[in-house]
Design a protein around this ligand. Structure first.
Ligand SMILES: [Fe+2]
Length: 173
């Protein structure tokens, strides 16, 4: 009979993922993806108080952090939109609740980018990217409900404020 996972298992999963951060990019992203898929499949393992926003805009609740990775529950109030941005580190996220619009961009300079793709992400969606690959996007909650996503970033939250490398103004395509 399969064992039922417990909240301690989430801590253990994330600690295991942190240890895999030194592996090849492909191996790390595969581990991050499978970890997010498992967490999204059992959201009741997460402390519900960490899945609540603190007002309008984007609320970031730290779930786990080491020098290698930081894991956040992000709560998106309706109307929240990020700047167009890229990342200085790996960026993996999965949608737990609600829906989010993700728009991808192509940089045309260090300050401007043009939109290339737009998609609405639903619960269960997982994306993983390295800073060396395409990773320039904007995320918006343009729906009526709050959305909750789980993010795994390859930075130490004690040393850096966020995963954002640069922000861009949108140029006409
Ligand atoms: Fe991002």
């Amino acid at each position: 009979m399969p064992q039922t996972a417990t909240p301690n298992d989430v801590e253990a999963m994330l600690a295991n993922l942190a240890r895999s951060a030194g592996r090849s990019p492909e191996a790390y992203l595969a581990s991050a993806r499978s970890t997010l898929v498992r967490i999204l499949a059992q959201p009741d393992l997460l402390d519900p108080s960490r899945l609540v926003g603190q007002g309008p805009g984007l609320s970031r609740n730290l779930l786990f952090g080491t020098e290698a990775i930081s894991v956040w529950a992000m709560v998106w109030a309706p109307g929240t939109v990020t700047p167009v941005h890229d990342h200085h580190c790996s960026c993996c996220f999965g949608l737990l609740r609600g829906s989010l619009r993700e728009t991808w961009y192509r940089p045309i300079s260090e300050t401007h980018a043009v939109a290339t793709m737009d998609a609405v992400r639903e619960p269960g969606f997982v994306a993983c990217m390295m800073p060396t690959g395409p990773n320039l996007h904007r995320i918006a909650n343009d729906g009526p409900e709050a959305a909750v996503s789980i993010h795994v970033y390859g930075y130490d939250h004690r040393a850096q404020d966020s995963s954002i490398h640069r922000t861009y103004a949108v140029a006409a395509g």
